[in-house]
Design a protein around this ligand. Structure first.
Ligand code: ZN
Length: 231
């Protein structure tokens, strides 16, 4: 990734413009300095929540020319409606034949929506941070492992999952580890949540290839909402 400034939220138009121009200057210097042919270089579009600045930033970054393109400065406290408005406006300005990456999202629901809008790549603390807090994503919904209902539950976290944790450990044992403050619980739940995310996008890719993405999304969203354990 070229160095950028992740414009804070909120920021006024003047600050947002100067921040975006700084990111463009850094992008040009980064491209000029880039030597390694084994390393893909991504430029980052900024511009805050201002759609005109987003357009100018996208045009400038695409003109410099990168192997892939990222949209930065989203998921910084602006709320979902504004985030999707900016993402939907910006994604079509980036070349379809290059990876398009929305930085800093998100929930499984966010990934499904971003993919629908044309995004290819993501990064987020959510699968690992949620796992450390005992929050597990499954094909049947969201599960809080400390919930007493899992005390004697011999089932794996997710019947449909092929991860190491689901192949070897029951919900009851994982809950025991978690309640005991055993760090192995964090590792095993993290292993599962990461596999949940990679399966989510593997299946999304298959659904797109099959021309069936919207019904895939609908099924996944229904499943995510089927179980919603509270703390
Ligand atoms: Zn699993």
């Amino acid at each position: 990734m070229a160095l950028d400034e992740c414009t804070p939220y909120p920021a006024d138009d003047d600050y947002t413009r100067r921040s975006m121009e700084l990111t463009t200057r850094w992008a040009a210097r980064c491209k000029a300095a880039h030597r390694r042919e084994d390393q893909a270089l991504f430029g980052i579009v900024q511009g805050g929540m201002n759609l005109d600045l987003r357009e100018r930033s996208a045009r400038q970054i695409v003109d410099i020319g990168f192997d892939g393109y990222a949209i930065g400065g989203l998921s910084v406290g602006e709320g979902k409606d504004l985030m999707w408005k900016v993402a939907a406006h910006t994604l079509p300005l980036l070349p379809e034949d290059r990876p398009r990456y929305i930085m800093g999202i998100g929930t499984p629901e966010d990934l499904l929506e971003a993919i629908r809008l044309g995004a290819d790549m993501f990064d987020c603390v959510m699968p690992t941070r949620n796992a450390r807090n005992g929050h597990v994503f499954t094909s049947a919904g969201k599960l809080a492992i400390k919930n007493a209902r899992y005390k004697d539950d011999a089932a794996p976290l997710d019947e449909e999952c092929d991860c190491y944790t689901c192949a070897n450990f029951s919900r009851a044992y994982l809950r025991h580890l978690f309640m005991a403050g055993e760090i192995l619980a964090h590792r095993l739940l993290t292993t599962h949540n990461l596999r949940y995310y990679t399966r989510l996008v593997e299946e999304a890719r298959k659904a797109i290839e099959a021309g069936d993405y919207l019904s895939y999304t609908t099924r996944r969203l229904e499943a995510l909402n089927a179980l919603q354990d509270k703390e």
